[in-house]
Design a binder for this molecule. Structure first.
Ligand SMILES: CC(C)(COP(=O)(O)OP(=O)(O)OC[C@H]1O[C@@H](n2cnc3c(N)ncnc32)[C@H](O)[C@@H]1OP(=O)(O)O)[C@@H](O)C(=O)NCCC(=O)NCCS
Length: 168
């Protein structure tokens, strides 16, 4: 147990100002506000926020966004404010997203991460995600390749339907 009390709830447009601020603290190439707006407005998309606080005010300490497609859900963004990292906020957001994906009929969750983002890759691997593909020079500022990762959430799908692990 971390001792940190927090809740997870669906993201609403009113949250986006605070989320965009956290985003700039954490990423070298932060999503612009419009990307958050578009993502939340997308009928196949949505997000969740982790909040802590009391009656005097709620603060957003983490968030994630997703897009559903037939059979799969893509985690498009996830972040936890620095001082709340390593307290299980990220894994709670990820589990909430996976439940949402299962309810939507997804067999797997996909995501991409910067190749150098070891913390994120270790985080995903610790939760059953594996590398399936490398997208060369995918990111800007700085230019860098992406690793695409997958996690099968529907144990009922056949092994042929699961993406092959990346050969290293
Ligand atoms: C990646 C991120 C969301 C993880 O969130 P978090 O709340 O810190 O992670 P959790 O506390 O839920 O960690 C769950 C598990 O992930 C692994 N993990 C998390 N951070 C780790 C780190 N720095 N090093 C190694 N393993 C780590 C551990 O196995 C951990 O379990 P443990 O606490 O029992 O050891 C967070 O580090 C973050 O916001 N990073 C900056 C933004 C970012 O890079 N987002 C991902 C973009 S692809």
């Amino acid at each position: 147990m971390t001792g940190l009390n927090f809740d997870i709830r669906p993201m609403v447009s009113n949250d986006l100002g605070r989320i965009a601020k956290i985003e700039t603290e954490l990423f070298p190439d932060p999503w612009p506000m419009q990307s958050f707006r578009d993502s939340l407005k997308n009928p196949t998309g949505g997000g969740f926020v982790a909040t802590s606080g009391n009656r005097s005010g709620e603060s957003i300490i983490g968030y994630c966004l997703y897009l559903h497609a037939p059979g799969e859900t893509t985690l498009t963004n996830i972040a936890v404010r620095k001082k709340y990292q390593k307290m299980k906020v990220g894994v709670s957001l990820l589990k909430t997203l996976e439940d949402e994906a299962l309810q939507n009929g997804s067999d797997m969750v996909l995501l991409e991460a910067r190749e150098s983002n070891e913390t994120a890759i270790l985080f995903y691997e610790s939760k059953g995600y594996y590398k399936i593909y490398k997208r060369k020079n995918y990111y800007n500022s700085p230019r860098e390749s992406a690793v695409v990762m997958a996690h099968i959430i529907n144990s009922g799908i056949s092994s042929e339907s699961a993406p092959e692990p990346l050969k290293v």
